[in-house]
Design a protein around this ligand. Structure first.
Ligand code: GLU
Length: 612
């Protein structure tokens, strides 16, 4: 069982001092022109040992000895918190040269697709929450993959109508939705870019040609996924050269990725139409026994959508994020509002009773999520009703007790339109990456980016992996004759849990936060917000605070941490508990009233904060 370096701390983190910073490699690279002027927080790194396979969390479980929860980084001018040091540096270089937060996010994403290819990239999708300091406006952009127009609700069912096994659905072309990230990056640049578009992709092009050192996390994940990565020849050739998994520290070059980025330097047309688009479709439609139905027309028709931000009240903050097709902001918002309405503040921070409220608020929110949340362009949703104070206060009454709720079911929020849906049956396994960036003007980007499962569909085309995002749909289309809101439909966007968030106070951002982690993302983000804003923990401590997550009844407690000590109290309250790895990747920036920023990077991954 893994032991975090913070496992010996008391579970009450409010009084614990930050640990001394390790001399990780992430802080020693001098290629960044501004190295002397910046603070670098190294969240984790060096040698690693692979941990036993855990199919419930494909991008979890990479044990990195010396993992360090780090010190909180501070900055007055700009800050980036990103899951990989090379990607963080690419973003920091752009900010140093006067680029905007959106520019920096584009540079970071181009690099992440190279150095953290298991989690996100050009073949995937993302959601962005953006704060524009000049207009004071918050915008959310939906860069979610779409189902092919030829897809039917039976996409993930056998001939007999039974749901396919998860990996039978994932590996191959069947699970691939229209890649959205290139269109999203271009849209971000069009709206908020200051730098030259082509220049933003250049650092990743150069690194792809010169090669980069494989990170311990990437090497560990390749080794444990070797069999599935071997199904498609181009993934095998790249990740398992000479049949052996790439090793940590070895130099890996990806000239094909450099060529793809060069195509993108001329614009996204070359990605969505023409020879590259044809190669994507060829890989999807003609592969080892699990072909998909994605077609050239789907690529040519792809559109990023601006959606209204969804905001929930918590204390005196507005917690704002991505609405449908993400369940993120609504479910995080429900957890926070329900917890507050149920009297979270009456209990000492971080004690079993406080966690009971948070855990059961989360169960109530997940029941609503399973019933009502999907792509609202396809299914009417009670989006406003789910966060209405009257509804929240009514649901919160259920939490005014001392023991766990015996059973939980969806509530009856008010509707804008009538609707009747069956409970959802989709499976979400975590991969994904989150980045938080604030620039010198105070513009902020909160972006969660994904190819869904670690290494997505395992199909590699021209140096990047194609997503398996369609498996975020419910495999079953109906339950007892009632349709499931999140069933597959042509052109629809699969429901997501990604929760890129910007917390506002008096119209100004105070916290930029998000995480990967499948549907547990919601719990990771809610916990970080509660720990930082209600329990007044420093942002790094709030991120490192051991996880306790409850979605469907069983309380998941982070293995090797003080969270394990909650077991007796939880059992007395009536919860089943499960001690397990909980592999978040929270990257956050807190902004103080005087503009001083403090940043944190999740000690469970390889991220860093760079600031000036
Ligand atoms: N595909 C998932 C979603 O959109 C995210 C997976 C993850 O976080 O690892 O909700």
């Amino acid at each position: 069982m893994r032991t975090h370096m913070f496992s010996k701390r008391l579970f009450s983190f409010a009084s614990s001092a930050p640990s001394p910073r390790s001399k990780g490699r992430c802080g020693t690279n001098s290629s960044l022109a501004v190295a002397a002027a910046i603070t670098v927080l190294c969240a984790g790194l060096p040698a690693m040992a692979q941990q036993a396979t855990d199919d419930v969390a494909p991008e979890a479980s990479i044990d990195i000895p010396g993992l360090n929860s780090g010190k909180t980084a501070t900055g007055q001018e700009w800050m980036v918190s990103v899951a990989n040091p090379l990607a963080a540096r690419a973003a920091a270089d752009i900010l140093h040269k006067g680029g905007s937060a959106a520019d920096a996010a584009i540079a970071a994403q181009a690099m992440l697709g190279l150095v953290e290819p298991q989690s996100s990239g050009l073949g995937g999708g993302a959601f962005v929450v953006y704060y524009d300091a000049t207009s004071g406006k918050l915008t959310t952009l939906d860069g979610r993959e779409t189902a092919p127009m030829a897809a039917t609700p039976r996409l993930f069912q056998t001939e007999a109508g039974e749901p396919l096994g998860f990996f039978d659905a994932v590996v191959g072309g069947r699970s691939v939705g229209t890649p959205a990230t290139p269109a999203l990056l271009a849209q971000m640049h069009k709206r908020w870019g200051k730098s030259n578009w082509a220049d933003l992709l250049q650092p990743a092009i150069e690194t792809a040609v010169e090669g980069f050192n494989v990170s311990p996390r990437l090497a560990g994940l390749v080794a444990r996924d070797a069999e599935r990565l071997s199904v498609h020849p181009s993934s095998k050739a790249y990740f398992l050269p000479q049949g052996k998994p790439v090793e940590a520290g070895s130099l890996l070059k990806n000239p094909a990725y450099a060529s793809t980025l060069k195509i993108l330097q001329a614009g996204t047309e070359g990605f969505y139409k023409g020879p590259l688009a044809r190669r994507i479709i060829d890989a999807v439609q003609n592969n080892n026994g699990n072909p998909g139905v994605l077609a050239l027309g789907d690529l040519a028709a792809y559109e990023v959508k601006e959606r209204p931000p969804v905001c929930a009240k918590f204390i005196d903050y507005d917690v704002c994020g991505m609405g449908p097709p993400s369940s993120g902001a609504l479910t995080v918002g429900q957890i926070l509002s329900l917890s507050q309405a149920a009297g979270l503040a009456l209990h000492p921070p971080n004690h079993a009773n406080a966690w009971r409220i948070i855990g059961d608020a989360s169960r109530l929110a997940f029941a609503d999520r399973g019933r009502y949340m999907a792509d609202s362009d396809y299914v009417p949703m009670p989006t406003r009703g789910l966060l209405k104070p009257g509804y929240i206060n009514e649901r919160a009454k259920l939490l005014k007790r001392d023991t766990a709720l015996e059973s939980v079911s969806a509530g009856t929020p008010t509707w804008d339109h009538a609707g009747l849906w069956a409970d959802d049956e989709s499976i979400e396994l975590p991969s994904t990456s989150h980045l938080s960036i604030v620039d010198e003007q105070g513009n902020a980007v909160s972006m969660t980016t994904t190819i869904e499962n670690a290494f997505g569909s395992r199909l590699m085309v021209d140096g990047f992996l194609l997503n398996n995002e369609l498996t975020d749909f419910s495999f079953k289309s109906h339950a007892d004759g009632v349709p499931i809101a999140n069933r597959v439909e042509p052109g629809k966007r699969p429901r997501s849990s990604m929760s890129p968030t910007i917390v506002m106070k008096d119209g100004k951002p105070v916290l930029v936060v998000g995480s990967p982690g499948g549907s547990r993302i919601i719990g990771y983000v809610a916990k970080t917000i509660i720990a930082h804003l209600a329990w007044n923990m420093d942002i790094q401590q709030a991120i490192a605070l051991p996880h306790a997550v409850n979605r469907f009844g069983t309380y998941d407690l982070e293995a090797g941490t003080e969270a394990e000590k909650l077991v007796p109290a939880f059992n007395r309250m009536g919860y089943e508990t499960n001690i397990r790895d909980l592999n978040s990747g929270i990257h956050a920036i807190s902004i103080g009233p005087n503009g001083l920023m403090t940043g944190g990077a999740d000690p469970r991954r390889e991220g860093v904060v760079i600031a000036k």
